[in-house]
Design a protein around this ligand. Structure first.
Ligand code: SF4
Length: 150
């Protein structure tokens, strides 16, 4: 796997003007994503491959699966009164028959995108599009696990 495949390709600085526009877009995005998904504004949305459960609700902000501290009952290591978000993602993904999508290795989070609009970042091709916007062939590969790097 190359460095490009591990990190967000577009590393160009976001101009102050674009950042302002991004904040405006984020306001619209929040109208849906905060009440429905409890979006944490990471700017690199993963919802379509995590069964529409925001992985960024994890207190450790882990994007590729559980940390290893999940309790036997699926509880979170940091907040034992809550379920581990990756436990919930796994359960929901299984119900939706999309487990293969979880094997897709997520890119290292580009922290400079925090607080920016993920919709705008997709439009600007700064981040990968959600699975629903992939071509039929790309989607088939992703959901069948054929593009998993071993
Ligand atoms: S943009 Fe990031 S924080 Fe917001 S819902 Fe998507 S994955 Fe979660």
């Amino acid at each position: 796997m190359t460095q490009d495949e591990l990190a967000t390709l577009d590393n160009t600085k976001i101009s102050p003007r674009e950042r302002k526009f991004s904040h405006l877009m984020l306001w619209f995005e929040d109208l849906i994503k905060v009440p429905v998904f409890r979006c944490q504004h990471c700017g690199e949305c993963l919802l379509s491959s995590t069964a529409f459960t925001c992985s960024q609700r994890c207190p450790k902000r882990i994007r590729n699966g559980p940390c290893g501290g999940t309790g036997k009952d699926g509880s979170c290591e940091v907040y034992p009164d809550r379920k581990c978000i990756w436990f919930l993602i796994h359960r929901r993904t299984k119900r939706m028959n999309r487990l293969a999508a979880l094997y897709d290795i997520k890119k290292i989070h580009n922290w400079s995108l925090e607080g920016t609009s993920a919709w705008l970042n997709v439009f600007k091709r700064r981040i990968d599009p959600p699975i629903i916007f992939l071509t039929r062939e790309q989607k088939r590969k992703k959901l069948s696990g054929q593009d998993i790097q071993r």
